[in-house]
Design a binder for this molecule. Sequence first.
Ligand SMILES: *Cc1c(COP(=O)(O)O)cnc(C)c1O
Length: 375
Amino acid sequence: MKVPLLDLNQQNQALAPELRAAFDRVLGHGQFILGNEVAQFEEACAKELNARHAIAVSSGTDALLLALMTLGIGPGDEVICPSFSFFATAGAIARVGAKPIFADICPTTFNLDPQSAESRITQRTKAIMPVHLFGQTADMAALLDLAQKHGLCVIEDAAQAFGAEQNGQAAGTYGDFGCFSFFPSKNLGGFGDGGLVTTNDDDLAERARILRVHGGAPKYYHAMIGGNFRCDALQAALLAPKLPHHRNYREARASHAAFYQEALVGCSTITLPTAKPENLHIWNQFTLRLPAGKSAQELPRDLLKAHLAAHDIGSEIYYPVPLHRQECFAYCESDPCPESDQAAREVLSIPVYPELSSAQREHVAATIRAFATEA
Ligand SMILES: *Cc1c(COP(=O)(O)O)cnc(C)c1O
């Protein structure tokens, strides 16, 4: 039985009539950039997340860039982010001319460790950028406390966390900005690139909307230098019919996660991911850890990955190189991030997409159990 890491087709085919109607509508009116389709989608997102403002943009990466630019972060500034994340988190910081300062993660949630973040604060620190990795919200109470104490901005990288909550509040609505991605593999996956920034601050929202269109206000008159961070009307029109389903997607993912947690509980060589009680985890990834010694040449997680592949099961290493070890960030001369190093050697994400069948997830669990018993 074949189990891919992700299957977008089933989810989208189920909505084919609505998607075709959306495409026809845009083809008919010919308004291809921003406009009414985007405005309506933004309104629906704001309502869904209970955010005051939602601003649709060209990608999750551009959402981060726009948030940083809107807050005026640039050369001479430092922004603290976790070392264990997708590249875009730190890439965006460096692209505005600020310096990414890498902090370590909490090994059970994979999210920014507030104590490590605090240890990195200097006179130049302007912002903290927590990432809600794999769909679980970072410890926002502690991080907001820290930000308030030191007068820092907070930009949440919620690219993997559309629909995640902490104590009933949506991820991405805690900080100055929340940044989301509609990259096809995310929980609310689009049809190409797309993203969203949310904020509860009216002034920041206004600035962000201006910077989204090169900073011109009115058009062709520039007090600010922005970029082209516009969202396509087609993207918004196609995402709109998917938006109401994101709760079903997250529920289906959670049911697979619960299944794996029960089915794999006896595998002593594997550490299962957990959700903290205050968190509604959307399980954008279900990420196992296979403990590795400090000097092991053969990583147990690489062996499991090969074993899964031999049984037609997809898996992926998110992420094999922590950001503080990326060649392009050598100039940052990061303090050590041992938990990020360790996670990079131990993690393996397995299929958890909503449309996974019971037979498929049984096959995944049985294949992992067989590996764990052999080991
Ligand atoms: C996907 C992702 C991004 C970037 O989103 P794109 O839409 O691909 O540009 C940023 N941060 C994290 C943590 C992500 O997972």
